[in-house]
Design a protein around this ligand. Structure first.
Ligand code: APR
Ligand code: PHB
Length: 392
């Protein structure tokens, strides 16, 4: 089979790329190793930057988002027994939108299939070939046997654990890693959120986050040790620890309810440079990972593929490879800006191990929190990064 763009991965990056290319009359095939149900049920992030929402609205994906998405114009930083609202929209004129990543994936799959797009689910053994030639190919298997997808361009949108990044010959990519000394224990609970806006709490016992998915579903997180076993956290202990870390404000209380899902997520950063090799272009988690603190992973993936789609269209229309050749450079400025912001948010909100014996560091962190919440300049800087810098 032959197509213009072979896309590995039906996550937000791969699906959005396929959608954007289709709108410009460029065909693609998406190859996904999981089932449709699995990718549509996978609980992941839940915050969309203004730029992501604008792109979805501009490209015909905004109908359900407009109905079910929640517009948020502020977040609360909670520490020292007090809540401090960062007025995102007053400070920047932009907002964030609460809408589950799995809802974005559902909308994209529905749009692609309605447009006759080809998404092959449950494929196996994906292998990329001839990436440094003008006839790259993707080999894969299905129940029907072995297949070869010949394409002009391969988009590696297969996430952190995919095969695309590792298909680049050794020595070509430079990888920049950072492991944070903590992880997040996340729960999805069937209980009305106890807050209208997200609460980021920095407590002596550690970080906690009260997020949400809908008026009926809450999403909450606790800072835990990097290798924390989920079995050490029965539901009662989770709710108790969340109350301790979040209920530092008089008169406020946290409602609890049945926990639908719980899991521990590592907090790490990764960037590979360049984000391309020959006719392979890496996008989203295949190229970079950010700690969830800044709610950036999904949005960065969408930005990558908005750049890649424009580059493929230019090449298809004019024969010029200028934007394709410059794809990695066009993405990396934002990738590193987002890495720095995610590290900043993580550094001021989490309790670090060295604070155990170094009170200076703990007080330095408190000074940063006090400054961010008392200075218009500092809170504007946080706000413009949180709502997302404009998509170029
Ligand atoms: N072959 C085919 N598909 C694969 C393979 C493979 N070898 N390996 C992984 N995949 C699929 C995964 O099943 C997943 O559906 O690629 C997709 C990658 O999607 P994501 O991991 O969601 O990555 P991305 O689209 O870049 O979106 C980034 O998603 O995971 C979150 O935290 C991440 O919010 C960020 C966003
Ligand atoms: C979420 O709702 O999953 C979420 C919200 C904000 C974050 C991280 C995760 O910073």
């Amino acid at each position: 089979v032959r197509t213009k763009v072979g896309i590995v991965g039906a996550g937000p990056a791969g699906l959005m790329l396929s959608h954007l290319l289709h709108l410009e009359g460029i065909e693609s095939v998406v190859l996904e190793n999981r089932s449709r149900d699995y990718v549509e049920q996978r609980i992941r992030a839940g915050v969309l930057e203004q730029g992501t929402v604008d792109l979805m609205n501009r490209t015909g994906l905004g109908e359900r988002l407009s109905r079910e998405g929640l517009v948020h114009q502020g977040i609360e930083l909670r520490f020292g027994g007090r809540g401090h609202r960062i007025a995102l929209t007053d400070l920047t004129g932009r907002s964030i939108f609460i809408y589950g990543q799995q809802e974005v994936v559902k909308d994209l799959i529905a749009a692609r299939l309605a447009a006759g797009g080809i998404i092959e689910f449950e494929v196996d053994d994906v292998r990329l070939e001839n990436l440094d030639s003008d006839r790259p190919a993707i080999r894969y298997r299905t129940d029907a046997g072995e297949h070869v997808l010949e394409c002009d361009v391969v988009a590696g949108c297969d996430g952190f654990h995919g095969v695309s990044r590792d298909s680049v010959p050794a020595g070509v990519l430079s990888a920049y890693h950072h492991e944070f000394p903590f992880a997040w224990l996340g729960i999805l609970a069937e209980v009305r959120p106890s807050t209208e806006e997200l609460i980021y709490a920095s407590h002596d016992r550690g970080f906690a986050l009260h997020s949400l998915r809908s008026p009926e579903i809450s999403r909450l997180y606790l800072q835990v040790d990097p290798d924390e076993p989920i079995d050490a956290w029965p539901d009662d202990r989770i709710w108790q620890e969340l109350r301790t870390r979040l209920e530092t404000v008089d008169g406020w209380s946290l409602a609890d309810g049945p926990i639908l899902e719980k899991g521990v997520t590592a907090m790490r950063s990764l960037v590979v440079e360049p984000m391309q090799y020959g006719r392979l272009f890496l996008a989203g988690d295949a190229a970079h990972i950010v700690p969830a603190t800044g709610a950036k992973g999904l949005n960065l993936a969408i930005h990558d593929v908005s750049v890649l789609a424009r580059a493929v269209v230019e090449w298809d229309r004019t024969g010029s490879t200028e934007m394709l050749d410059g794809y990695s450079d066009s993405c990396l400025w934002r990738v590193w800006r987002v890495q720095d912001f995610s590290r900043f948010m993580s550094s001021i909100l989490h309790r670090f191990p060295e604070e155990e014996h170094d009170g200076f560091l703990a007080r330095l962190r408190r000074a940063q929190l006090d400054y961010v919440c008392s200075s218009t300049a500092a809170s504007t800087s946080l706000a413009e990064n949180y709502v997302g810098l404009p998509f170029d």
